[in-house]
Design a protein around this ligand. Structure first.
Ligand SMILES: [Zn+2]
Ligand SMILES: [Zn+2]
Length: 374
């Protein structure tokens, strides 16, 4: 039997989301149904709503969430009704060559999962699409069990939800790249990912952590998360020169979280030429290219990328959520707004104006409208 769910429906670029009652089919083989308690508003969603990324409509967007399993389909092991879970963008099938290799978090089932042939959601008899086979702007979702991490019941849902996108990407990337106490770290772009990189670098003991953002309002939160320096590029003739002045020979680890080729070039130029590692995390426009002087790489500097922090959802995300539950990672300070579903458009308007760190929708009815860390 299908159930009725409340969801924010996307009808096309430039149009507001509308709150509708949709029908959700029960989970099929290998799937579970999750009652979503918290879902985060991400720039990726805004990107789609502004028409920068194609999306079939009508659709339910959203990809960061945390909730409780309410139904389990056939052929699912290791997940039960009542489990607290965090659905994840990437699957971890645990049997494909990539999953078995231990060298990457990109499961070979990723395309199949993120572009499913059919949807479990319907509206007025028509199928409703979901972003990347997820669709978390709804109070329930059906998703394959290989994209679901079972997490600690001690973790708050809003923070656990944040762990699945900005948290995983920011913290996973910094750990993957081997930041330690001797590292000189530079983070370009202090959004959710960048601020999590800052807190991760501090957790690993780095004593020089330079945060860079064109918004001066980011300085206070960046310092609170562990940044030792803040640079606003608008007040610099040369950002790489400003970084060299602090680090001597350049960053041992630089991270670009903006997605701009010109900022990426600055990140590469600000990286130590002998053993620095520059990691490009920001999502660039389709077809964008980066131009680099080849000689600048010949002495040992490396430039690369990483998707979702290299984190595997089922085997590694639970640990991240556990650290949050124990207070070793701080996501609460990065969640600036908690909203009910019917204020989702207002949440995106705040994001567009640069007035949120992270806005989270809570479905449990405990929130009418709240701004500020709790
Ligand atoms: Zn996201
Ligand atoms: Zn796999």
């Amino acid at each position: 039997m299908a159930i009725n769910v409340q969801a924010a429906v996307f009808h096309g670029p430039g149009r507001p989301l509308t709150i509708e009652t949709l029908q959700l089919d029960p989970p099929q083989s290998g799937e579970v149904m999750v009652r979503i308690v918290a879902t985060g508003l991400c720039h990726t969603d805004l990107h789609i709503m502004e028409g920068h990324q194609p999306q079939a409509v009508p659709a339910v967007l959203g990809h960061e969430s945390a909730g409780v399993i309410v139904a389990v389909g056939p052929d699912v092991t290791g997940l039960d009704i009542g489990d607290h879970v965090v659905p994840f963008m990437l699957p971890e099938c645990a049997v494909c060559p990539n999953c078995l290799s231990g060298r990457t978090n990109i499961c070979l089932k990723v395309k199949e999962r993120t572009s499913p042939a059919s949807s479990r959601l319907h509206w007025q008899g028509r199928p409703v699409h979901t972003f990347a086979g997820m669709g978390t702007f709804a109070d329930h979702m059906v998703i394959t069990a290989d994209r679901v991490a079972k997490v600690s019941k001690a973790a708050r849902f809003d923070g656990a939800c944040y762990a699945s996108c900005g948290g995983a990407t920011g913290i996973g990337t910094v750990r993957h790249m081997g930041v330690d106490a001797d590292s000189l770290v530079v983070v370009f772009g202090l959004g959710g990912i960048g601020l999590n990189m800052v807190q991760s670098a501090r957790q690993l003991g780095a004593k020089t952590i330079i945060g860079i953002d064109t918004n001066d309002a980011k300085e206070a939160v960046a310092r609170r998360m562990g940044a030792t320096h803040f640079i606003n590029p608008a007040r610099q003739d040369s950002v790489p020169a400003a970084i060299m002045a602090i680090t001597g020979m350049g960053a041992t680890h630089s991270f670009e979280c903006v997605g701009s080729p010109s900022v990426m070039r600055q990140a590469v130029d600000a990286t130590n030429p002998f053993y620095g590692r520059c990691t490009l995390v920001g999502v660039a426009a389709a077809g964008a290219e980066l131009s680099l002087p080849i000689q600048g790489l010949s002495m040992g500097k490396t430039v690369g990328g990483l998707l979702m922090g290299g984190l595997k959802p089922r085997s590694q995300l639970p640990g991240l959520v556990q650290e949050y539950a124990e207070g070793r990672l701080n996501f609460d300070a990065l969640i600036s707004h908690r909203l009910p579903l019917d204020l989702i458009n207002e949440g995106f308007a705040l994001m567009k104006r640069g007035e949120v760190l992270r806005a989270v929708i809570l479905f449990d009815g405990t929130i009418r409208n709240s701004a500020g860390p709790q």
